[in-house]
Design a protein around this ligand. Sequence first.
Ligand code: MSP
Length: 528
Amino acid sequence: MAATDKRYYVTTPIYYVNDVPHIGHMYTTLACDVLARFKRLDGYDVRFLTGTDEHGQKVEKAADAAGVAPQAFTDQVSENFRDLARIMDFTNDDFIRTTEDRHVHSCQALWKRLVERGEIYLGSYAGWYAVRDEAFYTENELTEGPDGGKLAPSGAPVEWVEESSYFFRLSSWQDRLLAFYEANPDFILPKTRRNEVVSFVSGGLQDLSVSRTTFKWGIPVPDDDAHIMYVWLDALTNYITAVGYPETDSNLFSTYWPADLHMVGKDILRFHAVYWPVFLMAAGIDPPKRVFAHGWWTVEGQKMSKSLGNAIDPLHLVETYGLDQVRYAMLREVPFGNDGDFSHAAVVHRINGDLANDFGNLAQRVLSMVSKNCGATVPTPGPYTDDDTALLAACHGLIADVRTAIDVQAFHDALEAIWVVVRAANAYVDRQAPWVLRKTDPERMATVLYVLCEAIRHLAILAQPFAPGAGARLLDQLAVDDARRTFAHLGSDHALGAGTALPKPAGVFPRIVKDEGEGKGAAGQGDG
Ligand code: MSP
């Protein structure tokens, strides 16, 4: 594959700034960060974008409630999402804010293009609108709430809106959109979500109101000051703004567009999988290659929300359990795409089981034996037995399985594949009993420990996207050069050099002593 083909553009949704970040927001960006890190290690030229969605009625109302001007409000609260990126060690290459000039310019250019192509016309809108979702609904989608008011399918209250509005000719795109889905079977993942979208579109599309006149906090419609753009048209455009739109000849745009993946929560799939590809096709721009809709986290069965006061703060989690541990547990516990109910007990269980007992213990017992019995250098292997070759083959074959899982965003499968080898390595230690060989056959002990160091090297390299800190510390302990930690360095060609001096080993995955995560009592790791 030519170097230029190996490029990967991944985006998070841009976050509304009316809320402080909780684990739901963290989850979407974490998934993208793992993909970005994975692809970089796999030799791709990666662009990873996140940012904040700062216009719209919802943000205007939140600013009002806080008693500040919307711009001052968004300047302040968008910082919370930058802080989240720092806390989580996210490796985004850019952070876009929809109030930036580059974005206003890009949205207005897209709008003009849609007008030129006859896709937008002036009309008037009379119908239901939910500010919380920033979405329009038809009468038959609504239900009656407990107080007699009407509710959107998401549970958000709706209000009747009547105003002059520009419309986008969405209705004329039904057949072309269905043909696009047909030609691109993996455009929407998971498959069940794809089926929902296809059936929604098959039911017919109505023209979409794409401007508002009754509030001001938005991007002005070109040549008509009375209107601001519908916040979703504004927000979705961020994905092309950030690669330089409207400069479609620019290096940035031609390298990274179309995006490889828009990661979104299931609640905003329709905007990304229906409206967005149509806006782009209507403007003569290629649609993205994939939209993945992940599930939602609840807490004790309840929706997380500011009003319920049950939102889980990512910073608190990281302080309690450690960053690598949180990153691992979030992606391991629930099959990606499904909903999950957050539980501290489940996080502690994963940390103590998978990380401390399985991986941590493997590394700790092998590295401390090497340190004590091999002069703190990489041991020198002799001839391999079938058991040795089988473990090494499992390590060498791992990248293919992990890559397959990652390419369909199955993080839980990727981690399970890695942990199959972690467990196989632990079983190999037990079978080979190097502590016995130390007395009976030191040369054989050296071979066994060498095979295990190689296993740990492979596992640490592959763990890096998920647990970057621990992965790096394990590779440090094996004295693996910084430049030799990518997936190109997996396999026997880049195996550890016998005799290399090793630093003193230290545990990387401490056990959580107190259950329920109320304070981390790190007890270190047993050495089995
Ligand atoms: N601003 C829009 C997105 C515009 S993208 C062009 C928006 N913002 S949001 O802040 O409300 O949500 C951002 C992301 O966080 C969505 O993917 C949403 O699914 C995700 N989550 C918010 N709460 C969540 C959970 N409780 N669980 C999992 N993800 C959740 O929508």
